[in-house]
Design a protein around this ligand. Sequence first.
Ligand code: NZQ
Ligand code: ZN
Length: 386
Amino acid sequence: MNNFQYKNPTKILFGKNQLENIVPEIPENSKVLMLYGGGSIKKNGVYEQVTKALSNFEVIEFGGIPANPEYAILIDALKIIKEKDITFLLAVGGGSVIDGTKFLSAAALFKGENPWNILAENIAVQKGMPFGTVLTLPATGSEMNSGAVITRKETKEKLVMGGPGLFPQFSILDPEVVKSIPQRQIANGLADAFTHVLEQYMTYPVGGFLQDRFAESILQTLIEIAPKIMSDTSDYEAASNFMWSCTMALNGLIQQGVPSDWAIHMIGHELTALYGIDHARTLAIITESHYTYNFEDKKEKLAQYATRVWNVTEGTTEEKAKAGITKTTAFFQSLGIKTKLSEYTDRYEGTAEIISKRFTDRGWKGLGEHGKITPSDVEKIVKMSY
Ligand code: NZQ
Ligand code: ZN
């Protein structure tokens, strides 16, 4: 097992009616900016619950943060933070609203001239304006990690940021919110969380027995609850396991002491930036090609995954590893997610070259757990995904 240091300061309030416990989590006399998305919280009762719970605070609202949080819109929110002397941010939404809030937390205290540089220069944010979250969509794990992904339509960019100063102070996880989530977003959440685990697991063995078992148990839980939550979002047992699995998939725990990959995400972000494809679906497009292209490096873990997670017991290491890849694609498809780029856009020709050039222009020399996947490898992987 590799060395590691691990600290996760986010307090989790999990379960029914936890919003009732929000008041002591926000510093007294805070001036709160409540941030939300396109309006789902106004239809499912979450808006009323939150505003009622915050009745003792001075609250200003900022709605309209879109899926794949848009930089230009966030800059409007930043102006409000500065003009109104906001001291605490509350994100009410899914990964997009939470990520947008993380950007604002960083930008509010940023000393430089252009807040885009937080992303362009990938500045590690040591301190941000304090914020909490009320999660409405299990998927990204953003509610318990310190990363964010911000989109800029103008330049078709989607860049990552983060740092130890960007953990939420607290996150409220009430699985009852799952009831109102449309099936497309439930499928996305399952596929995103599943891939988060894979990115931190499908590398090479380093004797991290416990981390491997943690990862496999999250995958198994997601597989077990997927058909239940897809067919009935009001199944509280399935919803609560769905929610907690998504959080555990990307709160940093399972990646301690083991290598991680993240190439699928880095390539996937480009597909969202270019074509607006839902984040989780971009992952489903890239996964099979990435594992097939890098088969030699990953086959031991692929075989272990096939055996332990999918009960593939027959065959050589290579045969089991291949079965692991096929099972993964079939899992995405069982959620109604298409796994080829050409099923999302007719304009797929040339995509591989564009992405490879972007990586070269950004000076990215190597992705993956060995840091050896070059822009030219990325081009081949993307082509295999057409
Ligand atoms: O905007 P509203 O009207 O609220 O509707 C949202 C949105 O349209 C809707 N929704 C959310 N909760 C709902 C609901 N609809 C009904 N009932 C509810 N309870 O769902 C739609 C999608 O929401 P969004 O927040 O965009 O989804 P998700 O949580 O999947 O977040 C995706 C974003 O997170 C980034 C992605 O790249 C993408 O930009 N990621 C963030 C990560 C992180 N910070 O750690 C890691 C991930 O890998 C990912 O990259
Ligand atoms: Zn993801």
